[in-house]
Ligand binder design. Structure first.
Ligand code: UDP
Length: 243
């Protein structure tokens, strides 16, 4: 679906990687995946033609995979090449990061050596607030900030994040990709149920090639390594190729 075709729909929200439009049903929204790339809290900006289509495809496949493993998501169906019809949710302002291998902010914050395999998956919460540069928070902060009302919701987020990790690590391992870390977002649907939302793509995950440890994700943009689109294409190719 072309962006111009969507322009007749009401734009509900524009984020860094996606635009959200009103859907044809009350409880649905249309997520349009943009070609824009941002890093370091949008201090660095770029564009990669065709990236939106790749992320939409990758995300759709991964949401469908998770659904088959009993993880409820906002995904309803793909629409055209770069849109996804999703359940309308209220996003919980917590970025749930799961890490299997130390890199990025974890190495900087705690001095853990880059590439260290963590003894068990680490789940972290960050407060989703651009003005504050998404600071890391603990459970008490999350309650204090009103992100959720009950600690049981935080426990549910952690549990779901670990389940997602377990499914995805196995899935990518079979495709010769190491799932290093990733970020999830959750939302509450109209019945107040917490379901997985947003996207799962090379913009929000780190993938390293199993043999060479070559980075096949947004770090190519963050670190000016070049070949961003090629890397995203490679991830899609491996996802869709059954060995
Ligand atoms: N991540 C994301 N959006 C953010 C912050 C992090 O998608 O706003 C993802 C990132 O792609 C990586 C994981 O979460 O897969 C952990 O990121 P980290 O905290 O190391 O972020 P960095 O400081 O390296 O950007």
């Amino acid at each position: 679906m072309l962006e111009e075709e969507l322009d007749s729909q009401e734009l509900l929200y524009e984020g860094k990687g996606k635009k959200l439009y009103r859907g044809s049903q009350e409880e649905e929204v249309i997520a349009y995946f943009k070609d824009d790339l941002t890093a370091f809290n949008a201090e660095k900006k770029g564009q990669e033609k065709g990236k939106g289509i790749l992320n939409c495809q990758i995300s759709s496949i991964l949401f469908e995979l998770l659904e088959t493993h009993g993880i409820q998501t906002h995904f309803i169906r793909k629409l055209g090449d770069n849109c996804m019809v999703c359940k309308r949710v209220n996003i919980i302002p917590i970025e749930v990061v799961v890490r299997n291998v130390a890199t990025g902010s974890l190495t900087k914050r705690l001095g853990i050596k880059e590439g260290t395999i963590l003894p068990q998956a680490l789940v972290e919460f960050y407060y989703k607030d651009d003005a504050l540069s998404d600071p890391i928070i603990n459970d008490e902060h999350a309650i204090l900030l009103g992100c959720v009302s009950h600690t049981r919701d935080l426990e549910f987020l952690r549990l779901q994040a670990r389940k997602v990790n377990q499914v995805l690590v196995g899935f990518f391992n079979k495709r010769d990709l190491r799932l290093i870390d990733f970020k999830l977002e959750f939302g509450k649907d109209k019945a107040d149920k917490i379901i997985l939302a947003d996207e799962i793509s090379p913009d929000s995950c780190r993938f390293w090639d199993k043999t060479s440890n070559e980075k096949l994700d947004k770090d190519r943009f963050r670190q000016d390594l070049g070949g961003v689109k090629l890397a995203y294409e490679e991830v899609l190719k491996r996802i869709t190729t059954i060995k």
